[in-house]
Design a protein. Structure first.
Length: 314
């Protein structure tokens, strides 16, 4: 397989290059001298190595068409995250949907060959009775996931009218060193030694180590069979919330203080406190079938959950 051959003359633009995923992805691609990576940023950052492209705010009417003509692949990781407080549906729409489609239209017009979009498993739904696959009918149930789903639909329209290749990747919760959001919250709980009433939780959830997600994205840069496909990716090792907390504690070298409180009581408490969203992500199941990624692209998660968690605390 002659990977990357047609990328020698042109580069890869990674948006969101100062973010958790975009930053780690840019550093990894930088190690491959056959690929010329450019960091797409909102405003110039001194601490970033290599070439930078200031895109500005994705909700504004940016125009980077001229620069995109030098790119072969755009990897769009920038988005408004779902765990930021005070974001409205229109904020998600203007950045995650309209900003993505504005970028994609400019990329297509500039002759970019492939546009890789980091979407979210939330497009499938936020609770699963059996593992989600790419064949399931999307069922996003909150504004962040809805904005990602609308972006996906718009990207397919652009693909049909321009021929630019689209790759859509829907990961679950991504963990790694300095991961934000729910994972950071779990770490804080374990670190403080707070007794958690989650010892009896027997759900099954899929997660993905940042190294596994990056290896998958890099596989998609120019694998011919990734063109115009949607992929669900995860570690391939599902855990209950109590398993995850025990593994996090072990990776931190701390004891896990988990109390075996019946799930019904937890759900009732969450209802009383108005914390149903948190209860769903801690108590509900969300599993992912990654067989399409493995079969079509011959991709395998290279890092186990234990290794991925260990790397968070090195």
């Amino acid at each position: 397989m002659k990977h990357h051959e047609h990328l020698l003359a042109k580069g890869v633009l990674v948006t969101g290059a100062t973010g958790f995923l975009g930053g780690a992805l840019t550093r990894k691609i930088n190690l491959d001298e056959r690929l010329l990576v450019t960091s797409g940023v909102r405003c110039e950052k001194r601490e970033l190595d290599g070439e930078q492209l200031v895109i500005g705010d994705l909700s504004s009417s940016f125009d980077i068409s001229e620069y995109l003509s030098q790119q072969n692949v755009v990897i769009h990781t920038a988005s408004l995250a779902h765990n930021k407080a005070n974001n409205t549906s229109s904020d998600f729409e203007s950045i995650n949907t309209q900003g993505t489609l504005r970028l994609a239209r400019q990329a297509a017009e500039a002759g970019v060959k492939r546009f890789i979009f980091i979407s979210s498993i939330g497009v499938n739904g936020n609770i699963s009775s059996r593992p989600f696959s790419e064949l399931d009918i999307p069922n996003p149930s909150e504004p962040y996931a809805e904005s990602k789903w609308r972006a996906e639909q718009g990207l397919w329209e652009i693909q049909k009218s321009t021929g630019m290749e689209i790759v859509i990747i829907r990961p679950p919760l991504v963990y790694g060193p300095n991961a934000p959001g729910n994972f950071a919250t779990l770490i804080r709980w374990v670190d403080k030694g707070i007794p958690l009433p989650l010892g009896s939780v027997n759900n099954k959830r899929s997660y993905i180590a940042i190294d596994n997600l990056i290896s998958f994205i890099i596989t998609c840069i120019d694998h011919p069979l990734a063109a115009n496909e949607t992929f669900l990716v995860a570690d391939g090792e599902d855990l209950s919330t109590s398993d995850l907390l025990r593994k996090v504690a072990s990776a931190m070298g701390r004891p896990a203080h988990l109390l075996p409180v019946p799930e019904k009581l937890l759900r009732l408490g969450a209802l009383v406190l108005g914390k149903q969203d948190m209860a769903r992500s801690l108590l509900g199941s969300l599993q992912i079938d990654i067989s399409k990624a493995k079969q079509i692209l011959s991709w395998q998660p290279s890092v186990s959950v234990d290794e991925g968690l260990k790397q968070c605390f090195i």
